[in-house]
Design a protein around this ligand. Sequence first.
Ligand code: AMP
Ligand code: FES
Ligand code: ZN
Ligand code: ZN
Length: 315
Amino acid sequence: MKCRKCGQKAAINMRHHKLALCKEHYLEWLPEQTARFIKKYRMFTPQERVLVAVSGGKDSLSLWDILWRLGYQADGLYIALGIDEGIAYSAESQRLCEAFAEARGLTLHIVDIAREYGASIPELARSDRRGKGKPCSVCGLVKRHEMNRIARDLGYDVLATGHNLDDEAAVLFGNTLNWQVEYLLRQGPVLPESPGLARKVKPLCRFYEREMAAYALLRGIQYIYDECPFAIGATSIYYKEMLNQLEAKRPGAKLSFYLSFLRAKEEGLFAPQEDVQQALDACPRCGQLTSAPGLCAFCRLIERASSEAKGAVRG
Ligand code: AMP
Ligand code: FES
Ligand code: ZN
Ligand code: ZN
């Protein structure tokens, strides 16, 4: 297989695009495409300040690398979750994010959940009845809340995450399987800002996971290979495997599933109905919008964990 641009040996073949490229041309092509998507979906402009949520994985670190190369004003945010039972997952991810930022002279904000709220994610999950011991839903809630909080407090215009096409197609599959109209309405490359909340964007949403792995590898980015130890057995992984089987038979199936969803939305399918839109109030403690009366789900979680901790000290 030869590179379409220069005829040298190809480093990657993208069957769905009928495009093979050598290392040099691939490292050029992927940021160019990202810049195109950022403009096409009106994600942000060079004048806006972007906060990139980095997990230490290949997608988010590559995203930060790409935005930096494209000349955007992009700082990083790492949320230290305290998932270090068995393997030092959080400690190693944090080290990689710090090394990445330092090598490029970039600003990285770090929020340590245990230090900030007195309990790590596994500890918070123990005081939550919904998760049945699995911390993933608590973890998602905390990450969303903290990303919003930091973006708002530090005055960023946009929050960018490293979700790739495989992530988005799996979420879309789950949302359509259950016809979760409210989620479908919110799913897309851009979630517009609302009072007190920064715009959220996913500049990598049209790249296959394999394309992002190739970019990180060819660019020489050091990232954490391990998945979160709690991800094992997650439904999203099962959906990804199913979509991979489909993709193997029909190259491009994932991309067309996602893009035809975006087109259907543009054409008015899932148009918001009056009664679907909920009235949201500001949480009296943290100020973030919530559909629940009183404290938001995050503040309730923290309150429950701290009252349990006090109870344990007294008891
Ligand atoms: P995940 O939910 O783990 O698939 O991650 C999706 C995206 O969320 C990543 O691409 C990152 O942009 C962001 N993210 C995940 N974990 C963290 C973390 N610990 N700190 C900051 N951002 C994160
Ligand atoms: Fe949050 Fe795994 S439980 S990353
Ligand atoms: Zn080439
Ligand atoms: Zn709150």
